[in-house]
Design a binder for this molecule. Structure first.
Ligand SMILES: *[C@@H]1O[C@H](CO)[C@@H](O)[C@H](O)[C@H]1NC(C)=O
Ligand SMILES: *[C@@H]1O[C@H](CO)[C@@H](O)[C@H](O)[C@H]1NC(C)=O
Ligand SMILES: *[C@@H]1O[C@H](CO)[C@@H](O)[C@H](O)[C@H]1NC(C)=O
Ligand SMILES: *[C@@H]1O[C@H](CO)[C@@H](O)[C@H](O)[C@H]1NC(C)=O
Ligand SMILES: *[C@@H]1O[C@H](CO)[C@@H](O)[C@H](O)[C@H]1NC(C)=O
Ligand SMILES: *[C@@H]1O[C@H](CO)[C@@H](O)[C@H](O)[C@H]1NC(C)=O
Ligand SMILES: *[C@@H]1O[C@H](CO)[C@@H](O)[C@H](O)[C@H]1NC(C)=O
Ligand SMILES: *[C@@H]1O[C@H](CO)[C@@H](O)[C@H](O)[C@H]1NC(C)=O
Ligand SMILES: *[C@@H]1O[C@H](CO)[C@@H](O)[C@H](O)[C@H]1NC(C)=O
Ligand SMILES: *[C@@H]1O[C@H](CO)[C@@H](O)[C@H](O)[C@H]1NC(C)=O
Length: 731
């Protein structure tokens, strides 16, 4: 009985799990570009080199001929001598307020090609001060308080072979009017890098003698207006992080100022529009970037006249409300980035043409993440992107997608990388991934995928992947997911599941919420039972359990219950008898014995002697009983003056006998009458000594039955005495 109960209990509660981990389900995503960037300083890790002290013990030199004289302050107020082979000098945090044609005499004999002067309190400079440094290729002046004339005089003496000029963190008031024609006449400079120098106006004519200038970068210099001039050498122009509010004029009647410009970056300005005719002249342009501006519209054929254009980036504009039809018409465009532009791609926003991406079929990379596709239907997707059959990398992350669009498997045969993270995609349709032969990366992190069917991915498909990321989805850890859990536990290609197991977490059922998939104990056996059956089993088990508990309680107290019931019924009879002085017993002795014992011993040996020889009126249930046994026991025990209990193992195992014993014992207690004569027929096994039997045996000296003549005589002696003891009231 107990075992069965526990079995039921286990069935109901299995597979309980009480460990819950709180795991952030949603995370704020920041796709905004970090605002800071610019020139990365030459990477010099001081630990990787064998340093030697040099430069009058105030500098350090290493085996790749670099000298660093750092932060000596006023102590180092001149340029010291170095070994012949030093080619690079970083002179930072020292004291060099005035530079003239003597300053560098200690190093004119070196083949120095890199000089970096930073935070040296530089204030004035005389003409031709750098004249002696014939091998100098890169000059960097940073963080100084030099005046405009001072700077121009410095530059005027710079060797004609200088190739890179870096001027950063120099404050001018009023803003610098950069005029290098004056000072760097016929310089061979190729790269200009200017950062954090106040310069509201930029006039390229003032650089017109720099016939070799290829790249100009001016960052964070508050440029508001620019005037360009013709240059065929310029390849790269980078005016990011300035204050431009209009697209600069690069074209004059279809003629380009910079006929060979290949890269144009105008990120982080305030430009609100760019029209086709403003770009059309730049036939060499390959890469165009206008991120983080205020562009609100891309007109038809904006880029169609740029035969070499490869990359267009119009991200983070936050306001792009309108993409006209054929906006990206281009026979050469390979990469298009229009993410985070707050653009809506659905019918409620009619300004976005579904033909915007027509005629740019060379496109290989398309990133339209962080726009609005929440209401875009499959036919609309087909219209928008269906012709982009050469796309290898597609990102529709954070677009409010609620389903996997069908154009992806239907048209993008060459797809290699697919980013669909941070959407609300719920299902992975069967067979969706069947026809991708080149797909290598699938990013589906942070969606609403609850389960993965066993036929979603073929094994062969998974083997071809670099990775697939299904982390941070609200998995339902039910039996549907069992195969997946088992697969991830056992398969050798589980490594393709990025962030497994740490970020593959159950969201439901509540029992498993927050637990890793890998830790969930779903067994084949449990899952063989369907959900409904489980519900039924759980409810019936609970019912059975309750029933069992009731039954066991009733069983345990059965005799007490019955006794209470019957006592209530026979109360008035007893009351009557007491009134008559207790004399009117129907029987002298009630024989309580098990059926086996009765047949074996009692009927032949005892009954004749008691009845015939001693003339006693006996009540023997086995012989005289009829009708309801319980009733008989109660009423006849009640009508008997004495009861002989013949104890043995058989007696104890017999329910009715136990009942008789307990009724007799209760009468003994309640009526305070010495009515029990206890005969131990056979020794009772220790296990069989129940509570009632124990109580009975301890009440009185019991009589032992014996088989030899002597024992038999002793028995009769004792039993006669007990029966004849009419004074049966307990003292
Ligand atoms: C020169 O040293 C200073 C101080 O360590 C450092 O900030 C700067 O980046 C270095 N410059 C170059 C070009 O390595
Ligand atoms: C530093 O010197 C040691 C011994 O002189 C040499 O083995 C090691 O390669 C040197 N390290 C570098 C980075 O040159
Ligand atoms: C540079 O010159 C010094 C002294 O002439 C010499 O000890 C050192 O080995 C040289 N370094 C290299 C890399 O040649
Ligand atoms: C050259 O170096 C020596 C010490 O090495 C120093 O005394 C002298 O002033 C330096 N010359 C110049 C022009 O800085
Ligand atoms: C330095 O310039 C002065 C004139 O400003 C000139 O007299 C002197 O000869 C120059 N010295 C050297 C070493 O070039
Ligand atoms: C720039 O110079 C000032 C003093 O002129 C100094 O306090 C500051 O630390 C310097 N900044 C850098 C980046 O070197
Ligand atoms: C530049 O130098 C040339 C001679 O080398 C000279 O004729 C011309 O006037 C100079 N231009 C400027 C702007 O100084
Ligand atoms: C730019 O510089 C050229 C040459 O010095 C000059 O003729 C022109 O007026 C300047 N333009 C502006 C807008 O300042
Ligand atoms: C131009 O500026 C951007 C920042 O907008 C920077 O990332 C890029 O490296 C710069 N390019 C060059 C050639 O300096
Ligand atoms: C796309 O651009 C090409 C080249 O400028 C042009 O000839 C063609 O008409 C354009 N297509 C459409 C549909 O406007």
């Amino acid at each position: 009985m107990e075992t069965l109960m526990w079995a039921c209990l286990l069935l109901v509660l299995y597979p309980v799990n009480t460990i819950t981990l709180n795991y952030g389900q949603e995370r704020n995503i920041h796709l905004k570009e970090t605002a800071e960037d610019g020139l990365e300083d030459l990477f010099v890790s001081h630990n990787q080199h064998n340093w030697t002290v040099c430069g009058d013990n105030m500098c350090k030199c290493n085996e790749i001929n670099q000298a660093f004289c750092l932060n000596q302050g006023h102590k180092l107020n001149y340029i010291p001598r170095f070994e012949q082979n030093i080619t690079y000098l970083n002179f930072t945090g020292n004291y060099l307020p005035h530079i003239d044609n003597h300053t560098f005499t200690n190093i004119t004999n070196l083949k120095l090609n890199y000089l970096h002067l930073q935070t040296d309190s530089l204030h004035t400079c005389t003409r031709n001060a750098f004249n002696g440094l014939n091998f100098l290729r890169t000059l960097s002046i940073r963080n100084s308080t030099i005046s405009k004339t001072g700077l121009m005089q410095c530059l005027s003496g710079v060797t004609k072979d200088l190739q890179t000029l870096d001027l950063s963190y120099i404050h001018f008031h009023p803003p610098l009017n950069l005029d290098l024609d004056e000072s760097m006449n016929n310089s061979k400079i190729k790269t200009m890098y200017i950062r954090n120098i106040d310069m509201t106006k930029y006039n390229h004519s003032k650089l017109s003698t720099l016939k070799h200038l290829q790249s100009i970068t001016i960052l964070k210099s508050y440029i508001k207006t620019v005037t360009f001039d013709y240059s065929s050498s310029l390849r790269t122009l980078n005016f990011s992080y300035n204050k431009l509010s209009e697209f600069p004029k690069f074209c004059v009647h279809e003629n380009a100022y910079f006929t060979n410009l290949e890269e144009l970056r105008l990120d982080h300005n305030d430009i609100s529009s760019v029209y086709p005719e403003q770009l059309a002249c730049m036939k060499s342009l390959a890469s165009f970037s206008i991120n983080n501006n205020l562009i609100f519209r891309i007109e038809s054929n904006t880029f169609s006249n740029l035969p070499n254009l490869n990359v267009v980036s119009i991200a983070y504009n936050g306001k792009v409300k309108r993409l006209d039809e054929f906006a990206f018409n281009s026979s050469s465009l390979k990469q298009l980035y229009i993410y985070d532009d707050n653009t809506y791609f659905d019918k409620n926003h009619i300004h976005t043409s579904l033909n915007a991406f027509k005629y740019c079929s060379q496109l290989e990379t398309l990133r339209v993440s962080s726009n609005h596709f929440g209401f875009t239907t499959n036919p609309m997707f087909d219209d928008l992107f269906g012709n982009l059959i050469n796309v290898k990398s597609l990102s529709l992350s954070n677009c409010g997608l609620t389903f996997l669009p069908s154009f992806i498997p239907n048209y993008l045969d060459k797809l290699e990388i697919l980013w669909l993270n941070n959407n609300n995609i719920k299902d992975l349709p069967e067979g969706y991934f069947n026809n991708f032969n080149h797909l290598q990366i699938i990013q589906l992190k942070f969606n609403k995928i609850t389960t993965v069917e066993s036929n979603t991915f073929s094994l062969q498909f998974l083997q071809q992947l670099k990775y697939i990321d299904l982390s941070e989805n609200p998995f339902t850890c039910s039996c549907e997911l069992l195969w997946f859990v088992n697969f991830l536990k056992t398969s050798s290609i589980r490594n393709v599941f990025l962030h497994f197991p740490k970020e593959y977490i159950c969201d439901s059922p509540p029992l498993f919420k927050g637990k890793q998939l890998l830790q969930v104990r779903l067994s084949e056996r449990t899952c063989a039972i369907t959900k409904q059956v489980r519900v039924i089993i759980i409810s019936t088990s609970a019912g059975i359990l309750l029933l069992l508990l009731t039954i066991s309680a009733v069983y345990r107290y059965r005799w007490n219950l019955r006794y209470i019931l019957y006592m209530a019924r026979f109360q008035h009879i007893r009351h009557q008898r007491l009134l008559n002085g207790g004399g009117d017993y129907k029987y002298d002795v009630y024989l309580s014995s098990s059926d086996t014992d009765f047949d074996d011993v009692i009927y032949d040996e005892l009954v004749p002697r008691l009845e015939e020889n001693m003339g006693l009126r006996l009540y023997i249930p086995q012989r005289d009983g009829q009708g309801n046994k319980i009733d008989q026991i109660i009423s006849n025990l009640d009508a008997s003056r004495k009861v002989i209990l013949f104890l043995s193992d058989k007696y104890v195992e017999d329910g009715y006998c136990e009942f008789e014993a307990s009724v007799a014992y209760n009468k003994y207690i309640n009526e305070k009458r010495d009515l029990m004569i206890v005969v131990v027929l056979r020794e009772i096994g220790a296990l069989n000594v129940t509570k009632t039997i124990h109580k009975i045996l301890s009440v009185d000296n019991y009589i032992k039955w014996g088989w030899d003549d002597e024992s038999v005589e002793l028995f009769w002696l004792k039993i006669t005495a007990a029966i004849n003891n009419m004074d049966d009231l307990i003292p």
